[in-house]
Write a protein of this length. Structure first.
Length: 196
């Protein structure tokens, strides 16, 4: 009888710890992120006829997402809204051409693998739809004509994310976006995630 009581007491002490250890490594849940980093926009014949456009700047913004941890892979969906400081002007004879990157909307999915003994680091690939807005200004003398356009495209990327606790994580991510007609961008961003 004493032996059974000792086994029962040991099991009662071990069971909650085992359950906590199983939950500690899970990536399942919603998250909100803030991101910022390097943004490079390239447009063939973008700033003026026959003049290719390539400019670096800063991307900034935030997003929302949800991850589901199957135990072997982590599947997620996310959406993001960002802005950019990328802007450049070129003067050809008496005409000044300016091109400015605007807001960017992204919605897509990611798949990753949790690594480490605590499963607190996630290696992942992502991909989805993106829509970028840009504004072009043409100035001749004192007259400026503005034109803005929204371009649909796709984004692919890869990253690494680390959980510091059940409610906070940080990530570094590279992504490439292509909007067609010679318009594409490269980005490297860092992000801070709040998980709930």
């Amino acid at each position: 009888m004493k032996k059974f009581l000792m086994i029962g007491a040991a099991f009662a002490a071990f069971a909650p710890a085992a359950a906590m250890a199983q939950d500690a490594g899970s990536w399942t849940g919603a998250h909100a992120d803030v991101v910022g980093g390097w943004d490079q926009v390239k447009v063939k014949d973008g700033i003026a006829p026959g003049v290719d456009y390539s400019k670096d700047g800063v991307v900034y913004g935030g997003g929302l997402g949800y991850d589901y941890d199957t135990g072997s892979v982590v599947l997620g969906v996310d959406a993001e809204l960002t802005g950019s400081t990328v802007k450049d002007c070129e003067t050809i004879t008496t005409t000044t051409y300016c091109l400015k990157a605007g807001r960017d909307i992204y919605a897509g999915a990611r798949v990753g693998v949790a690594v480490g003994d605590a499963r607190d680091t996630l290696l992942y690939f992502k991909g989805g739809y993106t829509n970028a807005r840009s504004t072009a200004d043409t100035t001749v003398g004192t007259t400026t004509t503005s034109f803005s356009s929204d371009e649909d495209g796709y984004r692919v990327g890869a990253g690494i994310e680390h959980k510091f606790s059940d409610s906070m994580s940080a990530k570094v991510e590279y992504r490439y976006s292509d909007y067609g007609d010679g318009f594409h961008r490269n980005q490297v961003v860092a992000g801070l995630g709040f998980r709930f």
